[in-house]
Ligand binder design. Structure first.
Ligand code: ARG
Length: 418
């Protein structure tokens, strides 16, 4: 009987290299590796060669940057998705795509299992496993780092024993993940929330103290909520994101230091570098403020939270997601126009916006002569608008008193009476 096959998500690092050998030994399976490039892989050929050297029977590589931006990043941008209002979700958005490609390759290779390098502690294992189960419940999932119970030293010994190349450079003291939408950095000294992140944590952004004294201005043109041009120059999506990383990073924009609640509620200190996401989301919101109504903005803002939770919690392949995506998509019909951003010393600010579909109407907004707003109509409107407030104040709040008490609760009231 031929051996069973497993497709392993392979980064080329020590953990997943050891995993190739470990799975082959422990499960007696043939290992096919899959390396997906979503803006994180610099040396594809080398990684491929290493997988084969360590013992993979086949090393598949896939460039998926365009799909990542088109199907994951732009929809998240249209939704203004930021987990806990601050994390643009780079890592969380990458996982379902890698899971999908793992399943696709598993089908092509007639494999009976997929494998990934996640530990048994974080969010990423949940995102992988839940996504794989959604697409292919028949596939077994193997997570060596969750199963092997090896310490770092034991892992190094295992690697040496099996002729697996161990990194010769100094070990990265942090756990990092990176893709086109941002970098995530955790562990090491960062686990002390009082410690300022050391300079080497940051690789895409300059320290604001080392950035140019002169601010940079950049004009971002959006079509249906998606950036299509920078300073009037049309760019493909991947180039667009890369260029914004460069520019915003040069001005120190996009550093995030956050105490985050993991999926299971454990708090964790996370550092992110997301220069492009920071600027694009800010600009996108500014354009929405100009092209969506008050009600659309209010409702969509609530949805942004729910959408971010969905992404963070590994629920990408769900109907709840499809429903939210349909709403978000619909809201972007008129989100067309250009936003002017100023980048300076670690901050980005919106300094201008224009749109042919702008709902901003100078003649309604102005306090100048051009005013066309009928102020006399305000009197009747306010009388009716305030009627229920007046009614409630009389019957409940004032209760026959001459003046409104300042204390809002009974307890405070009692205290203030003493
Ligand atoms: N806390 C972030 C998230 O759950 C980032 C995880 C980063 N992963 C890593 N291997 N460092 O999305």
């Amino acid at each position: 009987m031929p051996k069973k096959k497993v497709v392993l998500a392979y980064s080329g690092g020590l953990d997943t290299s050891v995993a190739i050998k470990w799975i082959a030994e422990t499960y007696n399976m043939d290992v096919v590796t899959l390396t997906v490039d979503i803006g994180n892989v610099k040396n594809m050929k080398e990684i491929q060669a290493r997988a084969l050297k360590v013992g993979a029977i086949k090393a598949v590589v896939q460039e998926a940057s365009d799909d990542f931006i088109k199907y994951f990043v732009w929809p998240a941008l249209q939704a203004n998705a930021m987990y806990q209002g601050i994390y643009p979700l780079a890592t969380a958005l990458g996982r379902p795509l890698i899971a999908k490609l793992l399943v696709d390759v598993a089908r092509q290779e007639k494999a009976s299992a997929v494998a990934h390098g996640c530990t048994g502690k974080g969010n990423d294992q949940v995102r992988f496993d839940v996504s794989v189960n959604a697409m292919a419940p028949d596939l077994q999932i193997i997570a060596p780092a969750r199963e092997w119970h090896m310490s770092r030293d034991e892992e190094m010994d295992y690697a040496k024993k099996h002729n697996i190349p161990v990194p010769t450079t100094k070990r990265n003291p942090f756990s990092t993940d990176e893709n086109l939408w941002g970098r995530s950095i955790e562990s090491g000294v960062l686990e002390d929330p009082w410690t300022e992140p050391p300079a080497e944590v940051y690789q895409w952004t300059k320290s604001p103290s080392d950035t140019p004294d002169k601010p940079a201005y950049v004009e971002i043109e959006f079509a249906h909520g998606i950036p299509i041009a920078l300073d009037g120059k049309h760019l493909e999506s991947v180039a667009m994101v890369k260029q914004m990383h460069q520019l915003a990073g040069l001005h120190g924009v996009g550093r995030i230091d956050h105490i985050e609640d993991r999926l299971v509620g454990i708090k964790s200190r996370e550092i992110y570098e997301s220069p492009a996401a920071t600027v694009f989301i800010q600009a996108h919101k500014a354009l929405e403020n100009m092209t969506l109504s008050k009600e659309q903005i209010r409702f969509k803002d609530r949805l942004a939270n729910e959408y971010a939770e969905m992404v963070y919690n590994g629920l990408w392949f769900t109907s709840h997601h499809q429903d939210m995506a349909a709403y978000v998509q619909s809201t972007q019909r008129h989100v067309n126009g250009t936003v002017r951003m100023k980048l300076h010393k670690g901050t980005s600010s919106v300094v201008g916006r224009k749109s042919e579909e702008s709902l901003y109407n100078y003649q309604l907004a102005t306090y100048d002569k051009a005013d066309t707003f009928d102020a006399s109509a305000s009197i009747g409107f306010i009388r009716i608008w305030g009627l229920p407030v007046q009614n409630q104040a009389r019957t409940q709040l004032l209760k026959g008193r001459q003046s409104m008490p300042l204390a809002l609760t009974e307890g405070d009231d009692a205290k203030s009476k003493k």
